[in-house]
Design a protein around this ligand. Structure first.
Ligand SMILES: Nc1ncnc2c1ncn2[C@@H]1O[C@H](COP(=O)(O)OP(=O)(O)OP(=O)(O)O)[C@@H](O)[C@H]1O
Length: 259
């Protein structure tokens, strides 16, 4: 008698489910969605217990909830499902990976500094003058949805231009600058705001927007606080706060930016 026969494809299946669960957990960790998820899990356990005890009345009522459960989950987790698919799409964006432009783009360390340096220097100046800054640097995904919420610039990256954009009286100082493929693609862009409850309370919407865009895409974000002049760096929905200019430069070099 073969009690348990495990095929290779079953192992692949298990790993696939485990990976999806892991990604889902990472996506909703620290957000209210995690509490909802735990609530749903508790509900399922409760439902199974009721069923196994053959409690007919309760079971009939709960059955009706379970029948519309998938629909309810899609509605409740609408934001998270959207973020998950967006992240998947931007991480494995084949168009960008096999784009012709890439063959003609130099990725040497020297070339990378051409745009890292002005960004870092602008952040240093803005931190000193306590000017609020929110800069997003794209990786595989070009973030065109977010670019279109702002003013299209397509400008060569320069320290002075970044500082001018975020200068308090500039009409473009509100919102984010998006840097894409060695260009300042747009300014005044509106980003998704993170719901992460782990973000310290002292941070407001600028930091939440910096975190939000890195939760749902593979981009990185830099925030300079207007209040304290401190620099924060966001990647994969995680933030590092009050970092030095040297650390910022290091993070950008390590981020594997393909701009
Ligand atoms: N969704 C968003 N997308 C892009 N930029 C945003 C968004 N929400 C807020 N901002 C920017 O953040 C500014 C408000 O920042 P707020 O004071 O709430 O942030 P903060 O995190 O406390 O940072 P600071 O220390 O600079 O005040 C807005 O004026 C706007 O420029």
């Amino acid at each position: 008698m073969t009690f348990l026969e495990i095929r290779f494809i079953d192992l692949v299946d298990i790993f696939l489910v485990a990976y999806l669960m892991y990604r889902l957990y990472k996506l909703i960790k620290g957000t209210v969605a995690l509490n909802i998820f735990i609530g749903i899990f508790a509900f399922i356990v409760f439902w199974l217990v009721i069923k196994s005890l053959n409690m007919d009345l309760s079971s009939t009522i709960l059955d009706n909830f379970v029948n519309v459960g998938v629909l309810a989950i899609i509605v409740v987790f609408q934001q998270e499902i959207r973020r998950f698919l967006l992240l998947l799409g931007s991480k494995y964006n084949l168009h960008n990976k096999f784009s012709f432009d890439r063959f003609f783009e130099s990725k040497s360390a020297g070339m990378m500094n051409i745009y890292i340096k002005p960004v870092v220097q602008a952040c240093e100046d803005c931190a000193r003058s306590k000017t609020g800054v929110l800069i997003v640097i794209t990786k595989n995904s070009e973030l065109l949805d977010f670019v279109h919420t702002g003013e299209l610039l397509n400008a060569v990256i320069s320290r002075r231009l970044i500082e001018s954009v975020f200068f308090k009286n500039s009409p473009l100082h509100d919102g984010a600058v998006i840097i894409n493929r060695n260009k300042i693609k747009a300014a005044g862009c509106i980003l998704p705001v993170s719901q992460n409850m782990e973000l310290p309370k002292r941070f407001g919407l600028r930091h939440r927007a910096g975190m939000g865009i890195t939760e749902s895409t593979d981009a990185v974000a830099i925030v300079v606080s207007e209040e304290r002049g401190r620099i924060s760096f966001f990647q994969n929905g995680r933030g590092e706060y009050n970092i030095s200019i040297e650390e910022l430069e290091k993070r950008l070099e390590e981020a594997g930016l393909t701009n």
